[in-house]
Design a protein around this ligand. Structure first.
Ligand SMILES: NC(=O)c1ccc[n+]([C@@H]2O[C@H](COP(=O)([O-])OP(=O)(O)OC[C@H]3O[C@@H](n4cnc5c(N)ncnc54)[C@H](O)[C@@H]3O)[C@@H](O)[C@H]2O)c1
Length: 344
């Protein structure tokens, strides 16, 4: 088996690359390492992951841009059996700052990869990393109740794939990701590509370079352990379901290896693995014995108060469920940050 992972130096991409490399699959990683530039980060971030992947003999690393046909065709070579398209501009505030760059990477970049796959290896399975943000502010129409440290949906375990994506606020990020999501579905319908769209909630894990603008779980751990101040937008009671990267990749793999028809899945830690921002701050303080400095600011646009994925479709169809509990996953992440403080 030969697999192409775009954005393979990122959090999700590098986990995919490592997962398949360990299974002795031939892996090609395509990444232009632009995460640091997107977030104006003056230290190494995905460059670290790139070097980390160099130790695997069955990974070929190609520096290139998903928006350039020749780069994608080079990475596809004579063809691959599967493509996991993780390359993306993943931040909401950055999409508001630079909507054209966001569109060109997330929407056009996805279309370009799909088109190259159609031309070069139509039989390849295509996995697209979509997001809960495609549902935008429709999620905020669900009645909530407020507990001491978190909001909760009043009568709903989680968001299913039937949540509408239209007639609502999205942010430019939500729009560009939805464009990629729809193109992936359409390439399955019109051109017969076998594809899966995974609308992901909050994904976290080791080798995650979180910044204030993106990757809040890692950012909170990094800020705590390197004595930086954390800004909380809103009251901190917003809730997310968290899924550890390894569990996410297992879900992708279940789709790739199975005979499933093209489909759309909501994916995250589900109702068993939820946490609010202030609950995570308290957990970090308890685990590390440190007092975290926080300041509170106004809510950010389209910041959903609660997002919890209903993962029952993925569980049923893919015979999958998360195996890494939220405590276990957070402890793994905190340990990694603790051992690599010089990176931040
Ligand atoms: N992490 C999450 O919680 C989450 C949630 C929902 C959706 N997603 C989506 O999953 C995907 C991966 O997220 P992540 O957290 O691993 O992000 P990440 O930033 O860690 O990884 C993305 C990678 O894509 C690369 N990249 C960016 N533009 C590129 C381009 N034009 N050509 C080639 N490579 C490029 C970056 O350098 C980076 O290595 C993104 O598309 C994101 O929108 C992530």
């Amino acid at each position: 088996m030969r697999i192409l992972i775009t954005g393979g130096a990122g959090l999700i991409g590098s986990s995919c690359a490592q997962y398949y490399a360990k299974k002795r699959v031939k892996v090609v990683v395509l990444d232009n390492l632009m995460r640091s530039k997107l977030f104006s980060y003056n230290k190494k971030s995905v460059e670290y992951n790139w070097q980390y992947l160099e130790k695997f003999k069955n990974i070929t690393l190609i520096k290139g841009d998903v928006r350039k046909e020749k780069d994608v065709l080079k990475a596809l070579g004579k063809g691959v059996d599967a493509v996991i398209h993780t390359a993306g501009q993943p931040g909401v505030p950055s999409s508001v700052r630079m909507p054209l760059e966001d569109f060109s990477i997330n929407a056009f970049g996805t279309l370009n990869v799909l088109e190259c796959v159609r031309k070069r290896c139509k039989k390849a399975v295509f996995v697209y990393c979509s997001t809960n943000k495609v549902y935008g502010e429709n999620v905020d129409n669900i009645p909530l109740r407020k507990l001491k440290t978190r909001y909760m949906f009043k009568n709903l375990p989680g968001i299913t794939e039937n949540m509408p994506t239209d007639l609502t606020g999205h942010t430019p990020y939500g729009v560009s990701k939805l464009a990629g999501d729809l193109y992936t579905q359409e390439y399955a319908r019109i051109y017969g590509l076998r594809s899966a769209v995974f609308r992901m909630s909050c994904i976290y894990g080791q080798r995650q370079f979180g910044f204030e603008d993106q990757g809040w779980v890692a950012w909170f751990a990094i800020a705590c352990l390197t004595n930086k101040k954390i800004t909380i937008y809103g009251n901190g009671a917003q809730v997310r379901d968290l899924l550890y990267t390894h569990d996410l990749v297992r879900a992708y793999d279940q789709f790739i290896q199975g005979n499933h028809n093209s489909d759309v899945f909501n994916i995250g830690g589900g109702k068993q693995n939820t946490i609010s921002l202030i609950e995570f701050i308290a957990y970090l303080e308890q685990i590390t014995g440190k007092k975290i400095k926080c300041k509170f600011r106004d809510w950010r646009p389209s910041d959903q108060k609660v997002y919890i994925s209903d993962i029952s479709k993925a569980e049923e169809k893919l015979h999958w469920k998360p195996l890494i509990t939220i405590e276990d996953g957070l402890n793994r992440l905190i340990k990694w940050v603790q051992e690599n403080k010089e990176l931040f």
